[in-house]
Design a binder for this molecule. Structure first.
Ligand SMILES: C=C1C[C@]23C[C@@]1(O)CC[C@H]2[C@@]12CC[C@H](O)[C@@](C)(C(=O)O1)[C@H]2[C@@H]3C(=O)O
Ligand SMILES: O=C(O)CCC(=O)C(=O)O
Ligand SMILES: [Fe+2]
Length: 330
């Protein structure tokens, strides 16, 4: 990625001051998926932070590293080659612009609709090229393990919420009709920032729209989450673990018991960050409404009735930092 020939776009990327030193979370809530108390700890983390780290997840690091290496190879290609992969509309290669509503950041990315058939390839035609066969196969392996992990996490949540059927939530994101998206993000180091106590906006503040997002990054820091009092804190990277964001749809399904977490990424001066995020969305026609099993007597829904397709359609027309659930609140 290069500074733009037209500097206007680079000038629009805002600087972010580092949170104060005291604003490191003493510890990120961590869910050990092999532990018997994971249902209770997961619910606590979803209520308090909308965010947690998952360990003992059973995903092979070999498979993760293979995809990371393919991503690094892709982003190291000349700009003109990357652009031949199809500019993001929204799927394909994108640089600095996120969406069409004015959001910009110090990043480049590949956005892929992985549920579309043939798996992975229809939204990114270049993946069909034989020269990308190792990328394609690493991506296939990674997505199938993310589908499993996504369901496993949602089932532990269902246990913690004491839902009788542990697939009550996970079944919403399974099957060929599901609206599944995968994002590979690359935040190049930005040496011009040296000496500045902070960084450039990599990915501006937002909440994710789906139920949960499963995020993995290399060992470069940059991810920050907002606490319920609005303070931003840094999330120490852990390449061996996965981080889970509660998204807006899960906030609605739990009638606000779980909070979707506001987060952002800050690019730094010395090292580049590579992240991979799996977003398991429901079918477009899926109704997103509080689960009746969770509602207490007399409890009213906090939200209007809507489908995932309606929510996504409305959210894609807004800016990242907008509170996209607002028009859907009662
Ligand atoms: C129009 C857009 C909204 C979105 C960024 C995009 O350019 C296309 C993908 C959208 C998506 C889907 C997954 C996440 O919920 C999200 C935060 C992301 O990284 O990409 C959203 C973006 C958004 O909510 O604005
Ligand atoms: O790159 C990251 O670490 C997070 C990016 C993100 O929040 C997103 O793609 O929705
Ligand atoms: Fe996000």
């Amino acid at each position: 990625m290069v500074l733009s020939a037209n500097p206007a776009i680079d000038q629009q990327i805002s600087l972010i001051k580092s949170p104060d030193l005291g604003d490191h979370l003493s510890s990120i809530p961590t869910i050990d998926l092999s532990s018997s108390n994971s249902p209770e700890t997961i619910v606590q983390a979803c209520k308090e932070f909308g965010f947690f780290k998952v360990t003992n997840h059973g995903v092979s690091m070999d498979l993760v590293e293979k995809l990371e290496a393919e991503a690094v190879k892709f982003f190291a290609m000349p700009q003109s080659e990357k652009e031949k992969s199809g500019l993001s509309n929204p799927f394909g290669y994108g640089s600095k612009k996120i969406g069409i509503n004015g959001d910009v950041g110090w990043l480049e990315y590949l956005l892929i609709a992985t549920s579309a058939e043939p798996f992975c390839e229809s939204s990114i035609a270049f993946l069909r090229d034989p020269s990308f066969s190792s990328f394609r196969s690493a991506l296939y392996d990674y997505i199938s393990s993310m589908r499993k992990l996504n369901c496993q996490v949602l089932e532990v949540m269902a246990d913690g919420l004491q839902l009788e059927q542990r697939d009550t939530i996970s079944k919403l994101v399974q099957g060929s009709e599901c609206d599944e998206i995968f994002r590979l993000n690359h935040y190049p180091a930005c040496p011009l920032l040296q000496g500045f106590n902070g960084g450039l906006t990599g990915f501006g503040e937002h909440t994710d729209l789906q139920l949960i997002s499963v995020l993995r990054s290399n060992s470069t820091s940059g991810l920050q989450i907002a606490l319920s009092d609005g303070r931003w804190v840094l999330v120490p990277p852990d390449p061996e673990a996965f981080f889970i964001n509660v998204g807006d749809s899960l906030q609605v399904l739990t009638n606000g018991r779980f909070r979707s977490v506001k987060h952002r990424v800050v690019a730094n001066s010395l090292e580049s960050r590579v992240s991979m995020i799996y977003f398991g969305g429901p079918p477009l026609a899926q109704r997103i409404a509080p689960l009746p099993q969770l509602m207490e007597e007399g409890e009213q829904s906090l939200y209007k009735d809507f489908t995932w397709g309606e929510y996504k359609g409305a959210a894609y027309k807004t800016r990242l930092a907008d509170y996209r659930l607002e028009p859907f609140q009662l």
